[in-house]
Design a protein around this ligand. Structure first.
Ligand code: ADP
Ligand code: ZN
Ligand code: ZN
Length: 726
């Protein structure tokens, strides 16, 4: 009898390798080990072990075991295996996603330890040891006597006790000292009690509460401000009461201080926050606190779906439609769908919340896979929104703004209200054009124009990052008349600042808030009402509350309507609904202006006249007719390389391999950006009415590709359920 271990070694493009163990070693499943691998010693994770009667092969042996206990529990291993199969990635790429870097480097990590004190004697006896004059020491033993658990030194210091007092009491053996891991203090914001629910919220909370013991997905669909967060908060409270843990996922832009403070004000317990700008130590500590059940609430962005939580009782995903929940590189997993699988494996409920649910989720409700819960009304009474389309045809635009738009902005400003101008394009202008000959400043490495960033005096490629100085003359005809065409946030900001000289205008986009705290400072200005005019990108669509906002202007809706990506219209509808939700939250009547060259566009009109539900319904019909998701299943195979003929050949060969009765393979076609950073990019689009057929064929293709090395320097990847076809 021999034990054979399946060991996954990160970034080896395989799921696992077989090993035996050196005598005396017997690692458990989920533990990290050191193994010999091609002249190196590599870190591995034990996936499984088997007892075999006879092993013919001579296997290499695991040389050391790092963990006594698994670092990855069975549930997360199973989840990673599901991701690997579903998203067509080797497990050796998926497992590293589930481990903080220090773990991937083989380090043994401990939570930071600190001094903790507790009474060593019954309170009366302890008091008798203290001389009557040592009033502070008496206070200290009384304080400790009131706690059943040891109290951290940090907490005692905050209460005004000193080291020498502690020292004296230790010498008297009235108290004892121990080392324990430090858990973040629960926040000190004042407690905010649960609100009394309106009837729709009550129905929602009751429906979910009935299913706390088993898997069920709920789609909580309610306009912005309808009280979804309050529903989460009250359901979460019930789960915490049962001693279980809760995972809350939000898109990057949804993780606002306002959301966090609502959580901390409701629950008197520490919360772990996990997002992309944590450093490695912070991430590891949050991960470990959750794993050891020292925190029961985790709020995080996409990658937090891998947080180990041994007693997970509920998952909440806010803004479930948001594209940022899908990872767009490496392992292209959707955190939403992964969370659904996690809830399924753990047999617990999951809530997807949105003001503008994805078509996938709406479809799943119709199929009775999810239970739909509606919140129709805003929780705080508000005035209805008034929409208006501004027809841009034959209008002269001033830096992206039409004259009627400027008039309306002025009126709202005069009433001392706030105005949000929304434009989803950073920089000053997307194109710099020669007025004489039409030459444009293009990126050398991509098929795209450079964006003018006037303030920093540079042209930047938003695709590859290439940066160069602003040219002084045309490289073709030498004319000095180079004019910016189109508008980005900087240009609109600059123009509005000069057009309304007495109004403070703030800009919020990725460039403007790059510095630490810049976003908070800007938001403060808006919150205090000092900044009346706000120019911003998608970052503003959600979460932030603007007290006096009464007008939202959408400068350019057309990009979403012209786009060839079938999801663009859906995303436009979601975005318009979300930004509109910013207006009319306060006591001021809300108005939304949408500038467009397509004022007759049926979907746009449907959206503003009948709302998101009718819009989504119409889109579902077109998706069904066009055999697109959620009715058919999609995958994209993307390939890129330095020589375009090789890229084409590669995809043509693959296409032949993918012939299958249940598959439609479209392409090879140039990617929407055919050249990026000097790489030629092409893609195949694969459609199928059967998820299973799609999955099987892709798995077979990957196996075929590992045997037949045809890539010729071409790099490729598979994207299952692509969110973005560009
Ligand atoms: P959403 O998450 O759907 O955008 P929120 O939960 O943030 O909505 O609620 C919007 C506002 O309404 C918040 O200020 C919240 O405190 C308030 N609110 C929510 N539910 C109630 C309720 N039942 N009674 C009173 N106010 C409520
Ligand atoms: Zn020219
Ligand atoms: Zn470029």
């Amino acid at each position: 009898m021999k034990t054979v271990y399946q060991v996954c070694i990160p970034h080896t493009y395989r799921d696992f390798f077989d090993y035996e163990a050196e005598t005396g070693l017997s690692p458990c499943v989920g533990a990290r080990v050191w193994v010999p691998f091609r002249q190196q010693t590599r870190l591995g994770i034990v996936l499984a072990k088997h007892e075999l009667e006879e092993v013919n092969l001579s296997l290499k042996a695991i040389s050391a075991v790092i963990d006594e206990e698994p670092v990855l529990q069975d549930d997360l291993l199973a989840l990673c295996i599901w991701i690997a199969r579903y998203y067509q990635s080797p497990l050796s790429e998926v497992l590293p996603l589930a481990l903080p870097k220090k773990y991937r480097l083989g380090q043994v990590c401990q939570l930071p330890m600190g001094d903790f004190y507790q009474l060593a004697l019954p309170l009366d006896e302890a008091k008798q040891l203290i001389s009557g004059r040592a009033r502070k020491q008496l206070e200290l033993v009384e304080f400790l006597g009131a706690h059943t658990e040891p109290v951290s030194k940090q907490c005692l210091t905050q209460k005004g006790f000193t080291s020498s007092q502690l020292h004296n009491l230790l010498a008297l053996q009235a108290i004892s000292l121990s080392q324990q891991s430090i858990v973040p203090e629960s926040a000190t914001v004042p407690f905010a009690p649960p609100l009394s629910l309106n009837s729709e919220q009550e129905v929602a909370v009751a429906a979910i509460s009935e299913h706390l013991q088993q898997y069920q997905c709920f789609l909580l669909h309610g306009v912005t401000g309808s009280g979804k967060t309050e529903v989460y908060l009250q359901v979460i409270a019930k789960v915490l009461q049962q001693g279980k843990q809760v995972l809350v996922l939000v898109p990057e832009i949804g993780l606002t201080p306002q959301l966090l403070s609502r959580f901390t004000a409701r629950y008197n317990q520490p919360i772990a926050i996990i997002h992309s700008s944590l450093n490695e130590s912070e991430r590891q500590v949050a991960w470990q606190l959750a794993k050891e059940k020292k925190v029961n609430i985790v709020i995080g962005t996409r990658a937090a779906v891998f947080t180990p939580m041994p007693d997970l009782g509920l998952i909440v995903i806010d803004e479930e439609h948001d594209a940022s929940l899908k990872q767009m590189e490496g392992v292209r997993y959707s955190a939403r769908d992964t969370a659904l699988m996690r809830a399924h494996l753990a047999n617990i409920p999951i809530i997807l919340g949105s003001a503008t649910p994805s078509l996938e989720s709406l479809h799943n409700c119709k199929q009775n896979k999810y239970q739909l819960l509606r919140l129709h009304h805003k929780a705080l009474s508000t005035t209805p929104l008034h929409y208006q389309l501004i027809d841009l045809r034959a209008q002269t635009l001033q830096h992206g703004l039409a004259v009627p738009t400027l008039h309306r902005i002025k009126e709202h400003l005069q009433k001392q209200n706030q105005v949000l101008v929304f434009i989803n394009r950073r920089g000053f202008a997307p194109v710099l054009l020669c007025h004489q000959c039409g030459w444009m400043v293009d990126c050398r490495a991509c098929d795209s124009h450079l964006t003018l960033h006037k303030q920093i005096g540079h042209m930047i490629c938003h695709h590859c990052g290439l940066t160069q100085r602003i040219p002084e003359h045309c490289h073709h005809c030498q004319s000095k008349e180079l004019i910016p065409v189109g508008a980005g946030t900087q240009r609109v900001h600059e123009f509005l600042s000069s057009y309304f000289p007495n109004t403070q205008v703030v800009r919020i986009d990725r460039d403007a808030v790059r510095k630490k705290n810049a976003l908070d400072e800007h938001l403060e200005l808006i919150n205090r009402g000092e900044a009346q005019l706000i120019v911003g990108t998608q970052m503003l669509a959600k979460g932030h509350h603007f007290p006096r906002l009464s007008l939202v202007v959408v400068l350019d809706a057309d990009a979403g309507l012209y786009n060839h990506d079938f999801r663009a219209v859906e995303q436009l509808g979601q975005l318009l609904t979300q930004v509109s939700g910013r207006a009319g939250r306060a006591e001021h009547a809300g108005e939304v202006l949408i500038q467009t060259h397509l004022p007759d566009h049926p979907l746009l009109n449907l959206l503003i006249q009948q709302g998101y539900d009718a819009f989504a319904e119409a889109l579902l019909t077109t998706r069904s007719q066009a055999q697109l998701p959620p009715f058919h299943y999609l995958a994209v195979i993307r390939a890129q390389g330095k020589i375009s003929a090789y890229v084409l050949k590669f995809l043509q060969t693959i296409k032949i391999q993918m012939q299958h009765q249940h598959l439609t393979v479209l392409g090879p076609a140039p990617a929407p950006l055919p050249r990026k950073a000097n790489q030629y990019r092409m893609q195949l689009l694969i459609k199928s009415p059967s998820r299973k057929a799609l999955k099987t064929s892709l798995t077979q293709l990957r196996e075929w590709l590992t045997i037949n090395k045809i890539s010729n320097g071409v790099r490729w990847n598979v994207d299952v359920d692509p969110m973005d076809l560009s």
